[in-house]
Ligand binder design. Structure first.
Ligand code: SF4
Length: 343
């Protein structure tokens, strides 16, 4: 993990990102006012239950949202460029060279009729065709294969000749081919068995450290997140509800949803009944006023039903959107752990 300096300018800034999906019954607010920073060399884990908007947020950052989805609002600053204000051609120049994606189910995205080497070279051709001779392109592909722990013979192989883990590592090689400064890995280990998952995760970590690249890692395997990331951002129903350094998150999660997420992770050391997050979720087309988690929160208060809690720093570098941490709110429940002013 990387030692972070949060006072330095971030490499990626996401502000007010909103992505909605059009349905006959109204817009689904899949990503609703998402804000976060990603720092140089940092790995930020984006976690939350299925359908919470993690992958849609990634598509929004990359401007890869397709109908019926649409980006409604927001800014995505990569260095001094707001990606959401660029033309398609300007964006094309940023993708792969500055910002690369390892998509969900990436291994199934390989073309079965093309050799691995041709597919990786395609990435060069799209961006630097005039710069690379045939020989240097081959050397670079072999170097990339070696970086992701694949033998040189993979160069001439077709995807169907590779295992799932090998295909996934080919996708990592493609993502780093043009030395991007930011990589988004969307559930890149979730379709693999547990041993292969670890190998792919280690590969990601290795290339990240070798290249000093910043990474957003999307997933829901909390064990993997604990080992891989520097900070965690928790999404619930399209919103980020907590962002925390990984150690603080696992030892002292602040948002009630984060606390329930951690409590739902099985432990061999302390066998206890699995915690179930009770309550119903709201209609994503028509969220209630106030806090997005109010229908499932064990600590809901009157104010939660009328006022949206702002993100505030509740511990060092730890932000949470919850009225429990507002010193001006009175009548907080007493059964809450670790709440500022209400221990
Ligand atoms: Fe629960 Fe209220 Fe905090 Fe929302 S703001 S998480 S409802 S206590």
């Amino acid at each position: 993990m990387t030692e972070q300096h949060y006072d330095r300018p971030p490499v990626l800034k996401v502000r007010g990102l909103r992505v909605y999906y059009e349905t006959p019954k109204g817009d689904v607010l899949a990503v609703d006012d998402v804000n976060f920073d990603l720092y140089e060399g940092e790995t930020l884990g984006l976690v939350g239950e299925s359908g919470c908007g993690k992958s849609t947020a990634a598509m929004g950052i990359l401007q890869l949202v397709v109908p019926p989805g649409r980006i409604v609002d927001g800014e995505v600053w990569l260095g001094d460029k707001n990606l959401l204000a660029l033309s398609e051609e300007e964006l094309r120049q940023q993708r792969w060279t500055k910002l690369a994606l390892i998509p969900q189910g990436a291994m199934n995205s390989l073309n079965p009729t093309m050799k691995v080497s041709e597919q990786i070279k395609d990435t060069f051709d799209a961006h630097e065709s005039k710069l690379r001779s045939k020989a240097s392109a081959k050397d670079r592909v072999l170097q990339l294969l070696s970086m992701v722990g694949l033998p040189a013979r993979v160069y001439d192989m077709y995807p169907h000749e590779l295992s799932g883990g090998m295909k996934q590592r080919v996708c990592i090689a493609m993502a780093i081919a043009l030395n991007p400064s930011v990589i988004i890995a969307d559930e890149s280990t979730s379709a693999l068995d547990v041993v292969v998952q670890r190998i792919v995760a280690q590969t990601l970590l290795k290339v990240k450290q070798a290249l000093g690249v910043s990474m957003i890692m999307i997933g829901h395997d909390m064990g993997l997140m604990a080992q891989m990331v520097d900070r965690i951002a928790v999404m619930y129903a399209g919103k980020i509800v907590e962002i925390a350094p990984v150690k603080s998150f696992f030892t002292a999660p602040k948002h009630p949803y984060s606390q329930l997420l951690i409590e739902s992770v099985p432990s061999l050391r302390e066998r206890k009944p699995l915690k179930i997050t009770e309550g119903i979720t709201h209609d994503p087309r028509n969220p209630p006023p106030g806090c997005i988690f109010q229908l499932r929160c064990p600590h809901v208060m009157e104010i939660c039903r009328v006022q949206t809690p702002p993100m505030r720093e509740v511990a060092l570098n730890q932000l949470a959107a919850c009225h429990l941490y507002d010193p001006d709110v009175e009548g907080k429940p007493t059964n809450v752990r670790d709440v500022v002013g209400n221990p």
